[in-house]
Ligand binder design. Structure first.
Ligand SMILES: Nc1ncnc2c1ncn2[C@@H]1O[C@H](COP(=O)(O)OP(=O)(O)OP(=O)(O)O)[C@@H](O)[C@H]1O
Length: 462
């Protein structure tokens, strides 16, 4: 059996080196990453058994990465390194399934103990190997929801999956608000198609800087650019006869849209620095939470690429239109969270059901999952009460003139991390006269990362 593999996300060079040395001495292999973008690439290249992460990274927030990672590698244990006073972060990390915390300044012996404990349980790698041989369905293959809207989706899904047999199956575009399950449905689509035995590769167009997306999608020759120490096949080719899932396609920079269009039309790619074409066999499935038709109007998305991608469309309805699915999903998340933490699952009070049905879930299934996980973890009681859900107060849109009434960072410290994040974004937007680029700069986020959050919280900028 190979040594467990640890993904270490830490941007302080000296500390990263010390942790790396210690973990290698303890017999693990380690991928050290300084940014979220690199950590995503490293996790795709080799699936980690454990993640050890800092929270404040140069290109974003460690917990966003943890959320992404847990969607990629279900149940991966994670250890979060926190500084004094990061209590809200610690609670949020627990919600996302972090198994333990290491307080800074770090004690390397404590790291040794905690990592060994976390890895003593079944690791994602061993579990993947087990399920490959048996027919045990993974949680990711389940699509919870029996509302009329979701039954329509399920029927369309089966029809589309059946079309993936030919050499050049029709491209699919999955649309729907943030958190409606586009990523999950892409995996289900792949799993139900004749391509299920081949690879499913995913590229997140919003998460990576332009140069990295280009190299990830198309691959490169050795020496094609600084740091290209060896040749690497792009993901479109790496998908083989499987599925290439282009997530958040609306964020793909214009220059790359043209290159992708050529690849889709010719079913070949040209690696960066190469002058020969490589054939691609993959099935293309793209997803977006943006209105591509509107982006075409403003010249931000190519019309020809839109029509090329949108041969078949699968639209995921927002959670607020799925009726009692909310309850079924909530029960599923209650049972799953309780089981993960070895607790009996609490019963839902009837006012809890009413509260779930009465909320409009702008963040859809993802928001519901977070709300439930937090409630179950924080309130270890037999009955889950409506008050435990801490659903946010109805959202009040704030005009620029109302900036004064927006809480300052001191007064914003009560409430959940998400509440505070939303308040901070709203305030910064107002201070930036709703200009997204300016607000992103002030917040230290990329435009794509801020847009993602605006969608998530139902906010608008320009
Ligand atoms: N029908 C479902 N049954 C069970 N879990 C679901 C379902 N739909 C979504 N989820 C869960 O909700 C979360 C959000 O789903 P997902 O990441 O697929 O959404 P998305 O639409 O791709 O979001 P975004 O647009 O923000 O990328 C994930 O944890 C996913 O596993």
């Amino acid at each position: 059996m190979s040594a467990p593999h640890i993904l270490l996300l830490e941007d302080e060079g000296a500390l990263a080196r010390a942790l790396d040395r210690r973990l290698r001495r303890d017999g693990y292999t380690v991928a050290v990453c300084e940014t979220l973008a690199n950590a995503k690439l490293a996790a795709r290249r080799r699936r980690p058994d454990l993640a050890v992460l800092d929270l404040r990274l140069p290109d974003g927030y460690g917990l966003d990465f943890l959320e992404w990672l847990r969607a990629e590698v279900a149940d991966i244990p994670a250890i979060v390194m926190t500084a004094f006073g990061e209590l809200d972060d610690a609670i949020a990390a627990m919600r996302l399934g972090a198994v333990d915390f290491l307080k800074k300044p770090l004690d390397l012996d404590a790291l040794h103990r905690i990592a060994a404990d976390a890895l003593a349980h079944e690791t994602p790698a061993t579990r993947a190997a087990d399920t490959r041989h048996g027919a045990t369905p993974t949680e990711d293959s389940a699509l919870i929801g029996d509302s009329a809207a979701m039954r329509t989706v399920a029927a369309q899904l089966d029809r589309i999956a059946a079309l993936a047999t030919s050499d050049a199956p029709p491209n699919v575009l999955i649309t729907g608000e943030t958190g409606t399950g586009k990523d999950r449905i892409a995996r289900v689509l792949h799993g139900r198609s004749a391509r299920a035995e081949a690879e499913f590769v995913q590229v997140d167009c919003a998460a990576l800087p332009r140069d990295l997306i280009e190299a990830e999608l198309f691959g490169h020759e050795k020496g094609a650019f600084t740091n290209a120490h060896r040749a690497r096949r792009g993901l479109l080719a790496a998908a083989g006869r499987g599925t290439a899932f282009l997530n958040e396609i609306g964020e793909l920079p214009m220059g790359l849209q043209a290159k992708l269009l050529t690849a889709l039309e010719s079913r070949t790619v040209r690696e960066i620095g190469s002058d020969t074409e490589r054939e691609i066999d993959a099935w293309f499935v793209a997803a977006t939470n943006r209105d591509l038709a509107a982006l075409m109007q403003t010249g931000e998305f190519r019309q020809d690429l839109y029509y090329r991608l949108n041969v078949l469309t699968l639209h995921l309805p927002p959670l607020r239109e799925r009726g009692d699915d909310m309850i079924a999903l909530a029960e599923h998340f209650v049972a799953r969270t309780a089981a993960r933490h070895d607790r009996p699952a609490p019963r839902m009070a009837s006012d809890t059901r009413d509260a779930l049905l009465g909320h409009d879930w702008p963040g859809n299934v993802r928001e519901l999952r977070h709300v439930i996980e937090r409630a179950v973890l924080v309130h270890a009681e037999d009955v889950l009460e409506a008050a435990h859900l801490q659903l946010p107060a109805p959202w009040v849109s704030l005009s620029r003139d109302a900036t004064d009434s927006i809480p300052t960072s001191a007064s914003a410290s009560a409430g959940t991390l998400a509440d505070n994040e939303r308040v901070l974004i709203e305030r910064t937007l107002a201070e930036s006269r709703q200009n997204i680029s300016e607000a992103a700069r002030r917040l230290g986020l990329s435009r794509g990362a801020l847009r993602y959050r605006l969608e998530k919280y139902g906010l608008e900028g320009r």
